[in-house]
Design a protein around this ligand. Structure first.
Ligand code: MD3
Ligand code: FE
Length: 203
């Protein structure tokens, strides 16, 4: 079931439901090598969202800025490999949305506990905005905020639940977006949190 949100953005409701157990199992392996951490923004704030990465490149933030880096600053080693289950899901979702041969080189994993939020921002750290971004929601539901190319543009609210996949490309790629503070709850597959996988071709 593919629902267009705005031109270039497609919601695949429940696309990852069947594969969620395999994705969460593979995530355990990633976390064993590169555990959750709260990054610091260039402004000096600790992010409420906990993060890790897998694949050749990982998104990092610290006092010096945002960037993609091949090395996990937490352990000085390359980020763990992107599990095959991750790569297959990202490719299948991109195809279903009309983007052929999507080969992500970065997977940012975000963990939201109750109260955690991601304020309105643009994703501008990637080399080529022509590639889509595939995002997978697991666990507790969240309200996604989706605005326009300008930060002041009116934003719409979109509830995202366990198994939902959204593919963002074309004109939607540079729109502002964020996540409202997570409501408390308990999910059978993740417990008291929401996990979001974001696949990108960053380099
Ligand atoms: C729309 N993550 O990691 S995923 C991020 O749920 C991020 O954790 C949110 O925004 C999360 O940067 C939202 C959906 C998403 C991801 C990237 C986008 C939507 C996007 C890039 C452009 C437009
Ligand atoms: Fe983003």
């Amino acid at each position: 079931l593919a629902l267009p949100i705005v031109p270039g953005a497609v919601l695949l409701r429940g696309f990852a439901s069947d594969r969620a157990p395999k994705l969460l199992e593979a995530l355990e392996g990633v976390l064993a090598a590169s555990p959750w951490r709260h990054m610091i923004t260039p402004g000096g704030f600790r992010m409420s969202v906990a993060m890790t990465n897998c694949g050749p490149l990982g998104w990092v933030s610290d006092r010096t800025g945002y960037r993609y880096d091949a090395i996990d600053p937490g352990n000085g080693k390359p980020w763990p490999a992107m599990p095959q289950a991750f790569r297959e899901l990202a490719g299948a979702a991109a195809s279903a949305a009309g983007f052929d041969k999507f080969k992500p080189d970065a997977c940012l994993v975000n963990r939201y506990e109750p109260g955690a939020r991601l304020s309105l921002h643009q994703d501008r750290d990637e080399h080529d905005y022509g590639h889509p971004i595939v995002s997978v929601s697991l666990g507790l539901p969240a309200v996604f905020l989706f605005g326009g190319p300008q930060r002041v543009d009116k934003s719409m609210r979109l509830p995202l639940v366990h198994g939902d996949v959204v593919v963002w490309g074309g004109p939607a790629r540079l729109h502002h977006h964020g996540i409202l503070p997570l409501k408390d709850g308990d999910h059978p597959s993740t417990g008291r949190c929401r996990i979001n996988l974001t696949f990108r071709k960053a380099g």
